[in-house]
Design a binder for this molecule. Structure first.
Ligand code: MG
Length: 453
């Protein structure tokens, strides 16, 4: 029932990405549009984030789709989850031009299926074969696709979230929103205001040069947000990545809330209301499983990548399992009552709901969570496969999990070793109940990596 990872050539875990004008060119996007329009017919909705290269690239994808006979609806700038919601509600597919959290010079393509989820591996491999073989022909004049625009649909997405919180739980709560000059400038503040919050905004003008901070919401880049949260006495600050499918938080004291803790806090809130399973990749911190099992819930692990989480959630639900929540330990959370994709606007709304249910502050709630120690490392090597094979043999007598890479579980701790599919890198995550144990495991695994790499 758990989605399985398959190797692709052009598309990574979250679509195609690269430097605009070098790897990501209008020519490539016309080809992707033609290939996609060959296997997906009907009305395809397109949108983009605020990057400066977005204008030319969206025109190219539209040209390819129309040339293949699809009718194209251009929604302009909007968050990826907004486009996913609109596809599910109204259209036969979607294309989002975005490079998510990557720096301003990057851009990319995410392909959305009619159910609102990102295209799975099997279909992506078929699409790649068409792109490489170019075995498609433009349709003739009678069946050429047409373009129309529909920018007002964004309100429908915002209402789909606020409709889940009819009691206005944000009344009396001050929140600071940092959309990072990205597409959430037109959604998150509106959503939280409708929920009753008093909203202040920083980096709130859409600008593809990202003058305030980079699209990745890092602790350093969020310092001005932290300062504003403290100075205006806000309950929390929320920031998004470049396409607003992720949200991260600053507590009322101006401190960055580590993403696994944010995931655990919201999981705890949901598991206290509902009984069921939560779906997440094997790389997510142990704290999330600890909180869920304490509240009587169960956890299902998938390979790393939101598409595997979303598709496993759908598949489990189809088999009668009560799936109540899902997400990744990077601020990308999936709420099945809303839709099956990561949604930063929905995550911000849920944090309002969490805080309105208690007299405690965000920092107090975080402090009450169990304490874990996480160490992340990456090693540059081209021998990823040899390393993984060697480690599998070395640890064959221990408790292991092969959902993605190799996870070695020992003594209330684990080590996850994964070879990157796109870079010459082996990633290591260690999660333990004790900092010394973390260091000891790190030393042990690095020695192994040096031996095989
Ligand atoms: Mg993103």
């Amino acid at each position: 029932m758990t989605a399985v990872k398959m190797e692709k050539q052009l598309f990574g875990t979250n679509g195609v990405r690269g430097v605009a004008g070098k790897e990501i060119t209008p020519e490539l996007l016309i080809t992707i549009g033609q290939a996609l329009g060959t296997i997906r017919k009907g009305q395809i909705v397109v949108g983009r984030d605020t990057r400066t290269s977005g204008d030319s690239l969206i025109k190219a994808i539209k040209a390819g789709l129309c040339a293949a006979g699809c009718d194209v609806i251009d929604c302009g700038v909007l968050p990826t989850p907004a486009l996913q919601y609109l596809v599910r509600e109204h259209f036969d597919g979607g294309v989002m031009i975005t490079a998510s959290h990557n720096p301003p010079e990057y851009n990319g393509v995410k392909i959305i299926e009619p159910d609102g989820t990102e295209m799975g591996d099997e279909e992506t491999i078929k699409l790649e074969a068409l792109i490489f073989s170019r075995s498609f022909a433009p349709v003739l004049w009678e069946t050429a696709g047409r373009e129309s625009s529909c920018p007002d649909l964004i309100h429908e997405y915002c209402s789909s979230i606020t409709g889940l919180f009819p009691d206005k739980p944000g009344k009396g709560m001050t929140v600071v929103v940092d959309p990072g000059s990205g597409p959430a400038c037109i959604t998150t503040s509106a959503i939280l205001t409708t929920m009753g919050c008093r909203v202040l905004t920083i980096n709130g003008d859409m600008d593809g040069t990202f003058p305030g901070r980079l699209p990745e919401p890092s602790i350093d880049g969020l310092k001005p947000l932290s300062e504003l949260v403290i100075s205006c006495g806000a309950a929390f600050g929320v920031a998004h990545d470049g396409d607003a499918d992720r949200a991260v938080f600053i507590d009322e004291k101006g401190k960055f809330v580590e993403e696994d803790l944010q995931f655990a806090l919201i999981a705890q809130f949901i598991c206290r209301k509902k009984t069921g399973t939560v779906v997440t990749p094997v790389s997510t911190g142990q704290i999330v499983e600890m909180v869920i099992t304490k509240e009587g819930g169960t956890i299902t692990y998938t390979p790393v990548g939101s598409i595997y989480v979303a598709r496993t959630m759908r598949s489990l639900l189809g088999n009668g399992v009560n799936v109540i929540f899902g997400g990744e330990g990077n601020g990308g959370l999936i709420f099945p009552d809303h839709q099956f994709c990561r949604d930063g606007g929905m995550t911000a709304a849920m944090m309002v709901s969490v805080l309105s249910s208690t007299d405690k502050t965000l920092s107090e709630l975080i402090k009450e969570l169990p304490r874990r120690y996480v160490l992340k490392d990456k090693i540059r090597t081209r021998k990823g496969k040899e390393i993984l094979d060697g480690i599998k043999t070395d640890y064959s007598q221990e408790k292991t999990d092969y959902t993605d890479g190799i996870k070695i579980l020992r003594d209330n701790a684990w080590i996850l070793v994964r070879a990157s599919g796109t870079e010459p890198i082996v990633r290591v995550i260690i999660d333990a109940d004790d900092p010394d144990k973390c260091q000891d495991f790190h030393k042990e695994i690095i020695q192994k990596l040096e031996r095989y790499g």
